[in-house]
Design a protein around this ligand. Structure first.
Ligand code: IMP
Ligand code: MG
Length: 170
């Protein structure tokens, strides 16, 4: 395992993203939709750094990867937010934007329910891997095409608890 982004760098970046989001939605209601499972730690830190915004939270769960590390076009929604989306300002928070199928599917499902707006925030972006275009509004770090774990991200459900992001090496 090789550390790619250390704990201090993550913390600094999370604060920067939170301050951009706080600025944009100051004094407004914002419905944050967290993509399970990988985004749970990032989102927990991010929403606690957002200030002066009326935050509501729900989750969405999609599966594409299953237990493998190969990208898949066939994205299934396992849990869709129960919270009202119509007319609301939505922020989708995910761990990593890879080929793009997962976020595209989630954003399409949300926008089809007529929100006031729908922005996307990801901690990591692997642009080299992109196969479908997804509009992302807040990006933490652009990373090379390597499989990463930690800070919520897993390999077969392991390593989610690491405080840093590491390149997975067997
Ligand atoms: P996409 O549909 O290819 O964009 O898949 C994105 C999802 O795959 C992310 O939300 C992650 O859950 C997972 N994923 C993609 N790359 C990695 C990685 O390097 N480590 C761990 N999970 C990843
Ligand atoms: Mg994910």
């Amino acid at each position: 395992m090789r550390v790619l982004i250390d704990e201090a760098s993550i913390r600094k970046k999370v604060k920067e993203l939170a301050s951009l989001i706080s600025e944009k939605y100051k004094g407004q209601k914002l419905v944050v939709i967290i993509v399970l499972k990988g985004a749970f730690i990032f989102a927990a830190d991010l929403i606690r750094e957002i200030e002066g915004v009326d935050i509501y939270c729900d989750f969405v769960k999609a599966s594409s990867y299953g237990m493998s590390t190969v990208s898949c076009k066939d994205v299934r929604i396992d849990y869709f937010p129960e919270i009202n989306i119509k007319g609301e300002r939505i922020l989708v928070v995910d761990d990593i934007l890879d080929a793009g199928y997962t976020l595209k599917k989630i954003v399409d499902e949300i926008t089809s329910r007529s929100p006031e707006s729908c922005e996307v925030c990801v901690l990591l972006d692997k642009p080299e891997r992109r196969e479908v275009e997804v509009k992302v509004d807040y990006v933490g770090f652009v990373i090379p095409n390597e499989f990463v774990v930690g800070y919520g991200m897993d390999c077969k459900e392991k390593y989610r608890n690491l405080k840093y992001v590491a390149v997975y090496e067997e």
